[in-house]
Design a binder for this molecule. Structure first.
Ligand SMILES: [Zn+2]
Length: 371
């Protein structure tokens, strides 16, 4: 399988120092500009006029900035207050009749307008968790392509999903995305008929890559929920790879090295470990742990258990944040799926499970047809 475009043999520069929030600056400039305009051209009620940009539109402008347009993009005054973009919702089922594992299954069929988040939030409300659902979709899609760059208006998307209780909120069962930028349809089906569940394409190839066990910080995990550069963390992007896993899952050092420090900035990072790997030219960081099993100055072997994963620090659900930095420049972040530092592979559904997988796909497709 090809590597996701955004990850192949490249490192991702992540700005760690707080940079000005461009969306906020834009809104501020707009607000100043609008008041100025009204003062000059005789608007006697600048305050009310300014309120014509509804909160929702303002929020959408910010999102559009964060997810897509760069600062070089020229936005004229007319473009700032657009006619409400139409979201083409083809269907949306909320039926309680269709269930998988006793949880109601829902489906969405729509054309993208502006951004994924904007579109999903025109169909589902904030209260229904539209932002979380679009974040889930964006994460899954980031295995296919760079969602910051290649989403186009009128790309069509079909989703089968379940709403869950708890912080994760949603489980995507099927995603089908027809991309104009790539001239093809990307498909991901959730399948739990293997020892570890995952998302697979129509031929049974896994969508997400896996690090070879001997180099992986985690050998069992539910799924990777975020990659370096992930759009959902806004300007600068996410600096690590998040492995969703229950509290207490063993965490390993993929390479030999020396522990630099532990438990710095516990408020943000939770219990945490940093290991230097001079031979590899990198440092690895492990955050949000429940237990740290090593001490600063200690040397570790490749594959040594160094901690247990947890849910400490600034986090909403149990996971391991695994970060790979250049040894001498911590702003230089690598993806573990960059072939230089970790070997990786993708699974394929074995022949004796293919029949079961096809049945699962048929089930998802029939749900889409019914809605
Ligand atoms: Zn993270």
């Amino acid at each position: 399988m090809d590597f996701p475009n955004s990850l192949q043999d490249q490192h991702i520069e992540v700005k760690k120092r707080s940079s000005p929030n461009f969306g906020f600056l834009l809104l501020f400039a707009m607000s100043v500009g609008l008041n100025f305009y009204l003062l000059i051209f005789g608007g006697s009620k600048p305050v009310e006029m300014a309120q014509a940009i509804s909160q929702e539109e303002s929020a959408n402008l910010v999102e559009t900035q964060v997810e897509g347009l760069g600062p070089e993009e020229n936005i004229s005054f007319e473009e700032i207050i657009p006619p409400a973009p139409k979201v083409q919702k083809i269907s949306f089922s909320k039926s309680d009749d269709i269930k998988i594992g006793d949880i109601a299954v829902q489906s969405l069929d729509f054309k993208v307008r502006n951004s994924l988040n904007y579109t999903v939030c025109k169909i589902l409300s904030r209260k229904e968790g539209c932002a979380a659902l679009s974040a889930h979709l964006g994460r899954l899609m980031s295995w296919f392509f760079d969602v910051n760059k290649y989403i186009r208006n009128d790309d069509s998307m079909k989703v089968v999903f379940q709403k869950l209780d708890g912080p994760e909120q949603f489980k995507i069962l099927k995603l089908s995305y027809k991309s104009q930028a790539f001239g093809k349809t990307f498909v991901a089906n959730f399948f739990d008929g293997l020892d570890q569940a995952g998302y697979f394409d129509l031929d049974g190839n896994e969508i997400a890559m896996r690090i070879v066990e001997s180099q992986s910080p985690m050998r069992t995990y539910t799924e990777i929920t975020s990659l370096p550069g992930d759009f959902r963390k806004g300007v600068g992007g996410h600096s690590g790879t998040d492995f969703k896993a229950p509290v207490g899952t063993p965490v390993y050092s993929g390479f030999k090295g020396k522990v630099v420090r532990t438990n710095w900035n516990v408020r943000a990072n939770g219990y945490c470990v940093e290991i230097d790997h001079p031979q590899k030219g990198i440092k690895t960081l492990y955050l949000h742990l429940s237990r740290v099993l090593v001490k600063p100055g200690q040397t570790v072997k490749a594959g040594q258990k160094v901690a247990e994963s947890g849910n400490t620090g600034r986090t909403f659900a149990p996971h391991l944040h695994y970060e790979i930095q250049h040894r001498k420049n911590r702003d230089r972040i690598y993806s573990p799926f960059d072939s230089k530092h970790h070997k990786h592979y993708t699974r394929k559904i074995p022949a004796n499970r293919l029949e079961q997988y096809k049945k699962t796909m048929t089930q998802y497709d029939s749900i889409l047809k019914q809605s």
